[in-house]
Design a protein around this ligand. Structure first.
Ligand SMILES: Cc1cc2nc3c(=O)[nH]c(=O)nc-3n(C[C@H](O)[C@H](O)[C@H](O)COP(=O)(O)O)c2cc1C
Length: 153
């Protein structure tokens, strides 16, 4: 059975609430879960038996939030070979910023560039539309999990 690693990027906790809310759905689908807050590349397995689900907000002007800055630097500096690693990104942001969800979209690009396999387009959640952002993530997760059946064994 594959493990889904939830990599949290947050400053004020909203992305962590999303990750926490998704755990029961993921486990119900037969995967084990591991929340990483903050994520650290050295502690993360990257092969086909592991799936990464990055849940990150955006801060500053399109910047990574505090808890994931170091991880993003590790990826950029160490350039790990992530070939074959399945992943998806949930990007949380506020559409009143020009740089809407830019940190999540940057992370999606970075993971693809390192060879990871995108299992879904990034889910962008706008807090203007979803004051309780978990609602959007909970609507999205069943269809994502359905696509992962090949990793369930
Ligand atoms: C100082 C500040 C800067 C922000 N900058 C952006 C931004 O550039 N783009 C965006 O989409 N959202 C931006 N946001 C909105 C946050 O991403 C949003 O509030 C999110 O819910 C925070 O989640 P977190 O608690 O997990 O960090 C910003 C929020 C703050 C307070």
């Amino acid at each position: 059975m594959a493990t889904i690693h939830l990599l949290v990027g947050t400053t004020m906790g909203a992305s962590e609430y999303i990750a926490d809310a998704l755990v029961p759905y993921i486990e119900e689908a037969g995967f084990s879960t591991h929340i990483h807050n903050p994520p650290n590349l050295a502690a993360l397995p990257y092969d086909e038996a592991h799936i990464w689900l990055v849940v990150t907000s955006t801060h500053g002007a399109g910047d990574y939030p505090e808890s994931i800055v170091e991880f993003a630097t590790q990826l950029a500096q160490q350039q790990p070979n992530l070939r074959g690693l399945p992943y998806a990104v949930i990007a949380l942001g506020d559409s009143s910023y020009d740089t809407f969800c830019e940190a999540g979209l940057k992370m999606d690009n970075q993971l693809q560039q390192l060879g990871a396999v995108q299992t879904a387009d990034p889910l962008t959640i706008d807090i203007q539309a979803y004051p309780i952002p978990e609602d959007a993530a909970e609507q999205w997760i069943p269809q994502w999990l359905n696509q992962l059946t090949q990793y369930q064994k």
